[in-house]
Design a protein around this ligand. Structure first.
Ligand code: ZN
Length: 235
């Protein structure tokens, strides 16, 4: 009989003690995250990109081409082992909107099979040239992958020097959840990266990763979110 009263009272007392002993840290401002995405690898330059990300304690999201995965499995293992996110960017880098549903499915499936041999199971994809229609969306969804767009596109692929790439990212109207689209094969992109990461952090953003989400994301019109990475970036 006594326990029916004593135990609830004890719980309330202990919880109150906890409240006073560990007050919420009201001083911490909410953190804003943006993600760096790197398309078209694995490639000759991706190792340099990974060195820079490692030196800056940041993770990237690599959208890889299946044919390149088959050619450079060692780099995919490194992406995997260093905590980067690996997404599907089709097998042959084709414009998926020119294909029928079975061919779209095959482009995703061949890439996922190449990745599965390296114990990587992607849950994200990005269509080449950012060109997609409902069949593309459905085919990705059928294979357990959410589509990822970008709201900051510095057109890094079109430059052979770092300065304009870094400047274009500076000119992006970054917000919490922004996704920056880069290409791992471009030497100028890797040269721009250290300064770009400094700029992004100086603007008050942390570097995060992209994940599927059960909440609709209006910024990207998709079921994705930008979230902290497990070992987030010193933020
Ligand atoms: Zn691409």
């Amino acid at each position: 009989m006594l326990n029916r009263f004593v135990i609830p009272v004890l719980i309330v007392v202990v919880m109150s003690l906890g409240f006073y002993a560990f007050p919420a840290r009201a001083a911490d401002p909410p953190r804003n995250y943006v993600a760096l995405t790197l398309d078209d690898g694995p490639d000759e330059n991706a190792g340099r990109v990974m060195n820079i990300l490692r030196n800056n304690n940041a993770r990237g999201v690599f959208f890889v081409i299946g044919a390149n995965v088959t050619a450079r499995p060692g780099q995919v293992r490194r992406m995997r082992d260093e905590g980067h996110v690996i997404g599907n960017h089709t097998y042959d880098h084709v414009d998926l909107t020119t294909l029928g549903a079975p061919e779209i499915g095959e482009q995703f499936a061949l890439t996922n099979a190449a990745l599965a041999r390296l114990n990587v199971v992607p849950d994200l994809f990005r269509p080449p040239f950012n060109r997609a229609n409902e069949s593309v969306w459905d085919a990705g969804w059928d294979q357990g992958m959410a589509m990822v767009r970008a709201d900051c596109d510095p057109a890094d692929w079109s430059y052979t020097s770092a300065r304009p790439i870094r400047q274009n990212v500076q000119n992006c109207d970054l917000q919490n959840g922004s996704i920056i689209q880069l290409h791992s094969w471009n030497a100028a992109t890797s040269q721009a990266l250290p300064g770009m990461i400094r700029d992004i952090r100086a603007r008050g953003f942390c570097l995060g990763i992209v994940k599927p989400s059960t909440v609709w994301n209006p910024l990207h019109a998709g079921w994705i979110e930008v979230a902290p990475s497990p070992e987030t970036d010193g933020c």
